[in-house]
Write a protein that binds this ligand. Sequence first.
Ligand code: C2E
Ligand code: CA
Ligand code: CA
Ligand code: CA
Length: 272
Amino acid sequence: AKAEGRNVHRFFEPAMDVAVQTRRSVELDLRVALAEQQFALAFQPFLDLSTNRIAGFEALVRWHHTVRGVVSPAAFVPIAEETGMIVPLGEWVLRRACHEAARWPQAVRVSVNLSPVQFRSGDIDATVIAALREAKLDPRRLELEITEGVLLQDNASTLAILHRLKGLGVRIAMDDFGTGYSSLGYLRAFPFDKIKIDRAFVADLSVRPDALAIVRAVTTLADSLGMTTTAEGVETEEQLAHLRDAGCTEVQGYLVSRPVAVEAVAPMLVGR
Ligand code: C2E
Ligand code: CA
Ligand code: CA
Ligand code: CA
């Protein structure tokens, strides 16, 4: 057993070193990337089902890495959160998104994803206010997408920040609804303007009848709480038909459009 233990030790230690080194090198890369402006925003529209018009665009960060090409946020946002780099990066995203939205040919909304880490460290409300002021963007056009993780911190200051932002006219959306452990409790904790139904439920719509029941229940609940719903990850006409039928307010997904580069936003708004 002792020899085995040594082997295990010898086997795992270099691997762990590699993990730590990778994280350190990504952290360093992120620092350089921010300084050298290797980040860009992609914008994905969401469609209002009552008018069939674009109601707004969600800003999604992209990293144009000099060697690795375009890196998806799934690969670096968690590391940016662990290292705290999400704070300056998130601020950059907010400022960029507000700046761009202020130039669009229609006064549609812009949604920005906020990490729980941004709430924990620094004054996120001051950052939002500064971004709005700098861009001269009407606060009612800004929507902040937060996940349960933000409310999981369950401190008075998080709620106070959210209420302050809402007081300015900024809209607050609950992202990835249905994926956490106690989503219903969170709906009571804060008066969200909008609930984004996670794409896992949307994907199941055509294959599982219970998914339809869940979507219907969520739209009914949202309605009675005075909130709107946006279904994410809509890829097929069949899913869209179900969502219309269930009374969803907005849809977003590849069926409407993939996330597009900033230059492609204005033509989409003019064309409609
Ligand atoms: P999310 O906020 O849930 O964003 C939706 C993700 O689903 C995006 O991936 C989007 O490109 C993708 N998507 C949209 N429509 C479809 C569809 O029809 N089918 C499928 N399969 N996927 C679809 P993306 O851009 O790779 O972002 C992944 C996640 O990274 C986001 O999930 C969000 O949690 C995070 N993220 C992205 N940008 C930011 C940011 O600026 N700040 C923070 N904190 N997180 C961000
Ligand atoms: Ca989102
Ligand atoms: Ca989402
Ligand atoms: Ca997600």
